[in-house]
Ligand binder design. Structure first.
Ligand SMILES: *Cc1c(COP(=O)(O)O)cnc(C)c1O
Length: 350
């Protein structure tokens, strides 16, 4: 997190933190976040930013109630992309989802599936460091929706709104804020879907009701009290990105970091990028396999020296380092990290 985000929090202690979310100061903050996201993503007219409490995990449940009409199709290529498919499979009011899988380190490409009313993609699979291009499956029914988990991608990777209907995320990754909120950029077709499912009177718990969230969001409110500190830090990060040149600029920061990381690994005989296809290597979360050096020992030595969270995704079970390269991270810090890893690896191999 950038120190300026924490300074923004300190400044907000005077008139935002601890005040009513039904009054102008908080509504203006929610409005600034909503319009800032529209600017950052270059959203066409008619799109809305919808938000509420609970983070991306809660949004999966919300989507099973308020976005999937009957049948969802999922591209599954890691831990996070599998979770939405599991939520849809467990929902008694939905049909069995279609799941298209690849092994970790790759991503599937969805083609049109008969009867699918939602295509669920994941822009960046945080567990494996694979990013996927966002494109509408060719031949998909014209009233089907492309729904994208962009939790670690949003704010760091580029995308084209013409290919997407719902782009949802939580602000603790590329936006360098805290967790606990979900935000979803929704196309006019997605808004129509939300309204039409709501009109069917399907039972939905109010706290998971996307239509209620939409009604509140367009008034710059949330259904219940939002995490105000999270919004303050998110807004500061958004304004930072916008004032420096927007999403293209933020993406370039991550591109610089990731090129440094992957080039470094490619030049070591004991390290290599996990993702074989360079085009699929994430610009925001890098995964590096090690051979002959224990990644856990490297992480332990780094952590003992204040360099934290280089661990691989545990369930992947690989001898691997995983590096966050979100826009808030200075590319020079990623280069410094590679030098630290060189030092630690040399000491461990002695
Ligand atoms: C972190 C992450 C999530 C989970 O986000 P929460 O806000 O903790 O629920 C979901 N999907 C992806 C791709 C993630 O990186």
């Amino acid at each position: 997190m950038r120190p300026a985000q924490i300074e923004a929090l300190s400044a907000a202690a005077i008139n935002i933190l601890g005040t009513s979310h039904r009054q102008a100061p908080v509504k203006n903050l929610v409005g600034a976040v909503r319009s800032g996201l529209c600017d950052l993503f270059g959203l066409p007219d008619g799109w809305e930013i919808v938000l509420g409490n609970g983070g991306s995990t809660v949004f999966w449940d919300i989507a099973t109630f308020g976005l999937i009409r009957e049948h969802s199709a999922h591209a599954v290529f890691g831990e996070f992309s599998s979770k939405f498919a599991e939520a849809a499979a467990a929902a008694p009011h939905l049909g069995t989802p279609t799941v298209v899988r690849t092994d970790p380190g790759d991503h599937p490409t969805l083609s049109a599936i008969d009867g699918a009313d939602i295509y669920a993609l994941t822009h960046n699979e945080t567990s494996t460091g694979v990013m996927m291009p966002l494109t509408r499956p060719s031949g998909a029914a014209s009233d089907s929706l492309v729904v994208v988990d962009a939790t670690s991608a949003a704010g760091g990777l580029l995308w084209n709104p013409a290919e997407v209907d719902v782009y949802y995320f939580a602000p603790q990754k590329s936006f360098a804020s805290d967790g606990g909120l979900w935000l979803a950029a929704c196309s006019p077709a997605a808004l129509e879907r939300i309204r039409s499912i709501s009109a069917t009177k399907r039972w939905v718990p109010a706290s998971l009701d996307l239509n209620i969230a939409l009604d509140n969001s367009v008034l710059n409110q949330t259904y219940n009290t939002p995490a105000l500190a999270t919004l303050v830090m998110l807004n500061d990060q958004l304004q930072w990105m916008l004032s420096n040149g927007g999403l293209a600029w933020a993406n370039q920061r991550s591109v610089q970091s990731s090129q440094a990381l992957y080039n470094w690994a490619s030049q070591r005989d004991w390290a290599s990028p996990f993702v074989a296809d360079p085009a699929k290597r994430s610009e925001v979360v890098g995964t590096i396999d090690l051979t002959g050096v224990d990644a856990n020992d490297v992480c332990t030595a780094l952590r003992a020296n204040g360099i934290v969270d280089t661990d691989s995704y545990r369930k992947l079970g690989r001898n691997q380092l995983r590096v966050g390269m979100f826009p808030a991270v200075d590319p020079a810090d990623v280069i410094a990290l590679t030098e630290c890893i060189d030092f630690v690896a040399a000491a461990l191999q002695d």
